[in-house]
Design a protein around this ligand. Structure first.
Ligand SMILES: NC(=O)C1=CN([C@@H]2O[C@H](COP(=O)(O)OP(=O)(O)OC[C@H]3O[C@@H](n4cnc5c(N)ncnc54)[C@H](OP(=O)(O)O)[C@@H]3O)[C@@H](O)[C@H]2O)C=CC1
Ligand SMILES: CC(=O)N[C@@H](CCC(=O)OP(=O)(O)O)C(=O)O
Length: 342
């Protein structure tokens, strides 16, 4: 039995990665492809890495174009999913790569996104405690932001295991594709090559409330998060360096054991051997998050680092992992655990 999947936003970076992964999935077939300014153009004009789909033409995004599929993956700009989703059959699985349904706190949504809150859907990070069960058979799923994927996977064993204080500091490097395909001078080669710079400093990045939501739920108390993203001269990849103070009484030697226990059996989240640190190159094109943890004895801080490919585990791979669960398929089916190297 196969399932047909429509992709809304097929001409974007996230849509392109969804299509790359769908093409390699044995039980999912590519259905309607929709776009906005490029609607009607052959897909080969934008998604040059997908020659098998080059002749396919996109149509304008509408409920009608997306109807009649088993599932719809939405890879649209923020704020574009809610109205569309409301018009789709409640029995269709809708997986949203955008932010519209990620936050449960309406005030936080309005503060950071500036539009009315549409609601919240089950959060698509299966590795979190209890999440997998909620995603099995779900009809609506909100895929996490790319930075929250990396940071939450790096820190969840620390908060779920009550190893650290409820205040985390995160500095994360992200590649240019995180901003999407649209031209922006800040993302031009001249600006980015050979340079790194911070943005969204001082708690202003819209992923801050998502991090607070995730870590607070794990800790069972409010967690304050200081998050600073930095733009790195690479097309793909996120390297998140996270730290928090060890709780009184927690022995540094217990940390690694807790991480190993929390991540045991996870196909797509790997704790590296002691002393080996994650790199973005090692996760290129893979649905894997590589994690490492250590304790800085001088400051009694736990340091956790995670690397993900923002377009794979950070968006499209995460979306298809959730879609597998929603459709009752094996969670890892069709997804690459290995990357591309060098
Ligand atoms: N890039 C990343 O690493 C990640 C992206 N995401 C999320 O995925 C979603 C898509 O991001 P990304 O692929 O990077 O963005 P892109 O800018 O690369 O693609 C946007 C897509 O949406 C379409 N689109 C643009 N404007 C509208 C509109 N007004 N109405 C309907 N469709 C429109 C575009 O069509 P056309 O080309 O025809 O104009 C294109 O297909 C976003 O919500 C983003 O937050 C999530 C995690 C990581
Ligand atoms: C370089 C750059 O701009 N990166 C993006 C990455 C966010 C992302 O892709 O996640 P969302 O799904 O929440 O959009 C940013 O910081 O907004």
């Amino acid at each position: 039995m196969t399932f047909t999947v429509a992709v809304a936003g097929a001409t974007g970076y996230a849509g392109g990665e969804v299509l790359r992964l769908l093409s390699g999935h044995p039980l999912l077939t590519v259905g309607a492809l929709t776009a906005h300014s490029r609607a009607g153009r052959p897909l080969g004009e934008t998604q040059r890495h997908l020659p098998a789909l080059a002749e396919r033409r996109t149509v304008p995004t509408s409920p009608k174009a997306l109807a009649g599929h088993d599932a719809v993956v939405m890879a649209l700009p923020h704020g574009r999913s809610a109205e569309l989703a409301a018009a789709l059959d409640p029995g269709t699985v809708v997986v949203d790569c955008g932010a519209d349904f990620r936050l449960r706190d309406a005030d936080a949504w309005e503060r950071f996104y500036g539009t009315p809150h549409a609601g919240s859907w089950p959060y698509g990070l299966p590795e979190l405690p209890g999440a997998r069960e909620a995603l099995r058979g779900a009809r609506r799923i909100a895929v996490p932001g790319c930075y929250p994927t990396a940071v939450t996977l790096a820190l969840f064993p620390a908060y779920a295991g009550a190893l650290v204080e409820p205040e985390a500091v995160v500095v994360a490097a992200g590649g240019t594709s995180g901003a999407g395909r649209s031209a922006d001078a800040r993302l031009s080669g001249s600006e980015v090559m050979g340079s790194m710079s911070p943005y969204g400093v001082g708690g202003t990045h819209r992923h801050t409330p998502e991090l607070v939501q995730n870590l607070s739920a794990l800790a069972g108390e409010p967690v304050a998060v200081s998050f600073t993203p930095t733009l790195a001269p690479m097309p793909r990849g996120i390297l998140a360096t996270c730290s928090a103070r060890l709780r009184e009484g927690v022995a540094p030697a217990a940390v690694r054991e807790s991480y190993a226990e929390a991540l045991a059996g996870e196909e797509f989240v790997r704790l590296l051997p002691e002393g080996v640190w994650p790199s973005t190159a090692a996760v290129l094109g893979s649905n894997t998050a590589l994690v490492q943890v250590a304790v800085d004895g001088a400051t009694r801080r736990l340091i956790a680092v995670a690397a993900v490919d923002n377009l794979t585990k950070g968006t499209a791979g995460g979306a298809l992992q959730c879609l597998n669960l929603a459709l009752g398929l094996p969670e890892a089916q069709g997804l690459p655990a290995n990357g591309v190297a060098p």
